[in-house]
Design a protein around this ligand. Structure first.
Ligand code: HEM
Length: 552
């Protein structure tokens, strides 16, 4: 019996050992499969890298090794906000044509600008634009990639930016500029003849930027100049911009795109993804309110017709096709207007003050011109405002040195390829000109890092030919059929607010100016006298911090 028990125990043991060996073999064969898959992937990836480096059609163009091999450096720059600096440093090192991605080339000349963005450019917008769909439902005009569809959409939009619309918008924008001055006088204590406390000019001008543009887009401003509780908006838009910038360049962006604007975005890493959704909801709610008000007005229950941008969008109709905006398109376009309109104007004003405060003669000349042109602040209006040459030159110089869209706007070469700067560029290549880089091309802008409004005025060392050459390299609003439709509105809003600020206040640096570079910062950010931008689709600055004194 004992012998039988012993036998059956030893049989069980044998099975156990066999099972264990099988298990181990199973595990080791799993490991083998993983190892062979990894090895195959590695071989594949090395082959891709080798191809990109040695055999790719762009292999002979110079550039940084990491950028030739992979798109990840671009994603990293977009996260850090230093893409414009990296592009500038690359052009300084490698010359006029730089390979800044495995399949991407960067240029910095007016010829390239025209070939890539001009009317007859043989390119289309890059897929990066598809991720800008923050309002989900319909693409905004900026996202429409097909050229014919884009032209159609723009035609329907254009009455909102016509001469007449601009005239109608002026009193609305003006009221916001006046409000900014009143709030500054109260808020930071710069009453008559008295220097107030130091304040962040960028923050206050941004309140104006968001208020005037939301006033035009929704018929009711975000009221940042009035209330504390709406002042989260600029930060939300900044982080949304940061998020949307890099997501569009992810090598797997096509997989992420369908999730944009859905609840899944809430689970994307980081606060910026959530903020992006928060902004979308805010803009959509304001739009719904505006549509409701317009409906009531049409039914006879509302007040007088308000001729803001939204009014024009709502009543626009394409003359040939009869196409009108759908609610979703309105949603997308008003969201775009807020994003496109507010921060650009803020940056133009703040960069001017940052440099002007360091070159007092610039600020004094500008102040004199404005105060002489308008005996009282009630007189500040067009057309007089459009005939102040120094004001215009200062704004041009500000847009040159700190372009609100500093990075490249990506374009993809169409089948058949195209010629850029005498080079045949194959179909499918991403091409672009960074506004920041071309605006610092010393061939067109001597002493490019110096803020010199005089370079925009013929005489004083600049002749008409030089000015014309310079103008060809100047593109803060983009060029061609997909350029900024709000350009004239932007000039108007910038001029109005500058005229009011300079008319009413004296400005000075008191303590640290803020906004410039620092010795401990990265390459390209070391100059303390240079206004720093963080490129997250729009260039975001930090400062300046100033003191003001009202003269009335
Ligand atoms: C200084 C201020 C501004 C600058 C430098 C600027 C610059 C630009 C640039 C470079 C583009 C082309 C973007 C691209 O292709 O990706 C653009 C597009 C656009 N901008 Fe502006 N912008 C400014 C202000 C405004 C304002 C105030 C508005 C509206 C009132 C506006 C509305 C638009 C719209 C709707 C588009 C899209 C146009 C299209 O795709 O056809 N912008 N802007």
């Amino acid at each position: 019996m004992a012998e039988q028990n012993l036998k059956s125990e030893s049989v069980d043991m044998t099975y156990l050992v066999v099972d264990e060996i099988k298990g181990v073999r199973g595990i080791s064969s799993n490991w083998k499969s993983i190892a062979s898959c990894t090895a195959a992937l590695l071989v594949w990836y090395c082959t891709v890298l080798l191809y990109r480096l040695l055999f790719h059609p762009l292999a002979h163009y110079p550039g940084r090794l990491a950028e030739k091999l992979s798109d990840w450096p671009l994603v990293y720059y977009c996260i850090r906000g230093n893409r414009h600096l990296k592009q500038l440093l690359a052009h300084e090192k490698y010359g006029p044509i730089v390979r800044d991605g495995p399949n991407s080339l960067s240029f910095h000349s007016p010829e390239a600008l025209k070939a890539i963005y001009g009317n007859n450019a043989h390119v289309k917008k890059g897929d990066w634009y598809l991720t800008l769909d923050i309002s989900a439902g319909a693409p905004s005009v900026q996202m429409v990639i097909d050229q014919h569809q884009h032209a159609l959409r723009r035609r329907v939009m254009s009455p909102a930016f016509s001469e007449k619309a601009l005239r109608d918008a002026e009193p609305l924008i003006n009221a916001n500029a006046i409000k900014l001055c009143a709030r500054l006088a109260e808020g930071v204590g710069c009453g008559k003849g008295k220097w107030g406390s130091r304040f962040d000019l960028q923050q206050w001008v941004a309140y104006y930027g968001y208020d005037f543009i939301s006033d035009l887009a929704f018929g009711r401003s975000f009221e940042l100049l009035d209330h504390e509780h709406h002042r989260f908006v600029p930060a939300v838009l900044k982080s949304a911009s940061q998020f949307l910038y890099y997501v569009g360049y992810l090598p797997f962006a096509a997989l992420v795109r369908p999730l944009m604007g859905t609840f899944v975005q809430d689970y994307f890493p980081g606060q910026s993804a959530k903020d992006s959704l928060k902004y979308t909801n805010l803009a959509n709610n304001r739009l719904a309110e505006r549509i409701e008000r317009e409906k009531k007005r049409r039914e006879g229950g509302g007040g007088a017709e308000r001729r803001d941008v939204f009014h024009y969008l709502l009543n626009s109709k394409d003359p040939t096709t009869g196409k009108e905006f759908t609610v979703e398109e309105l949603q997308a376009d008003t969201s775009l207007l807020i994003a496109a309109g507010s921060d650009g104007v803020t940056l133009a004003v703040c960069a001017l003050l940052f440099y002007g405060l360091q070159r007092r003669q610039v600020l004094e000349k500008l102040t004199q011109e404005i105060r002489k042109a308008f005996p009282s602040s009630d007189d500040i209006r067009t057309p007089r405002l459009n005939y102040l040459p120094y004001l215009h030159a200062c704004i041009e110089e500000s847009l040159r040195i700190a372009p609100p869209k500093p990075g490249s706007l990506p374009r993809i070469v169409l089948p058949g390829g195209t010629e850029i700067e005498g080079q045949h560029i194959p179909a499918g290549t991403t091409v672009g000109v960074s506004h920041y880089v071309i605006h610092r091309n010393a061939d067109f802008f001597p002493e490019p890092n110096v803020f010199k409004p005089e370079r925009w005025i013929v005489g004083d060392g600049v002749d008409a030919e030089q000015l014309a050459a310079q103008r060809r390299a100047f593109c803060p609003f983009g060029i061609g059929p997909m350029n900024c439709i709000g350009k004239n509105m932007a000039y108007l809003a910038t001029k109005l607010v500058l005229a009011h600020l300079m008319w009413q206040f004296d400005f000075r640096i008191h303590g640290e100016l803020r906004g410039g570079g620092g010795k401990d910062l990265e390459d390209g950010r070391r100059d303390e006298k240079e206004y720093q931008l963080w490129d997250w689709i729009i260039g975001f600055p930090n400062g300046p911090t100033v003191q003001a004194r009202s003269r009335v």
